[in-house]
Design a protein around this ligand. Structure first.
Ligand code: GRF
Length: 209
């Protein structure tokens, strides 16, 4: 059973999911705290949020390395320096390579109900398909694009006049809540993975009534 007290959070943008984790972990009973924030670019609000919270940050840009494999190794080393129990990819717009995935459990959040609409445009693709319900998914990352075992999902109805920005903001309200709740439960209760099935908490003792 894995537990998740120390979090390294990876961001590429506004960092509102990061902020939700920072706010939740201000209460020690939450069970997890953000020990570092990493990014693949400079000048983003996600990094500013970390700095305001006195959390150390690091930036590794893919373009600074001759090959993707070297970036994969570099970001894994930066993450490892903070000895995380769990890495949270919260709006981080890069697929992590095996150096990180083999060393740490990585949780990812996606603004659609996987396995529908994976990839960088999950909200746009769901709208274009005309679905009436979409939502968000928290999953364990693997080497694919949004293909890992699903940990938690929540549904969000699509309104007739939604555009991508409006729908994404409504999904993000639910997404932040789901991510905070899921990370907290994983930290406090632990989790197991069996095939594609993720279970939070220890269910091996059988049920009592
Ligand atoms: C989230 O909806 C995430 O799932 C998607 O990008 C958004 C990031 O938002 N990949 P923020 O940076 O946490 O505000």
């Amino acid at each position: 059973m894995s537990k998740a007290g120390r979090l390294v959070v990876l961001v590429s943008g506004s960092g509102t999911n990061l902020q939700a984790l920072l706010d939740a972990s201000a209460d020690p009973s939450y069970g997890a705290r953000v020990v570092a924030v990493g990014a693949d670019r400079e000048g983003i609000e996600g990094l500013a949020r970390a700095t305001r919270a006195n959390i150390p940050t690091f930036v590794e840009k893919v373009g600074d390395y001759p090959t993707r494999a070297e970036w994969d190794a570099a970001i894994a080393a930066r993450i490892a320096a903070y000895e995380p129990d769990l890495v949270v990819s919260a709006g981080f717009m890069k697929i992590l390579g095996t150096p990180t995935l083999d060393a740490f459990p990585v949780l990812n959040t996606h603004p659609a109900l996987l396995p529908s609409f994976p990839g960088a445009h999950g909200v746009r693709d769901a709208l274009a398909h005309g679905v009436k319900v979409t939502g968000c998914t928290v999953m364990l990352a693997d080497e694919g694009v949004d293909t890992g075992p699903i940990v938690a999902q929540a549904a969000v109805p699509v309104q007739p006049d939604d555009d991508e920005a409006v729908l994404h903001e409504r999904i993000k309200v639910v997404e932040r809540r789901l991510l905070v709740e899921t990370v907290g439960r994983m930290a406090r209760e632990g989790w197991t993975v069996s095939g594609r099935t993720v279970r939070i908490g220890n269910h091996t003792g059988g049920e009592t009534t």
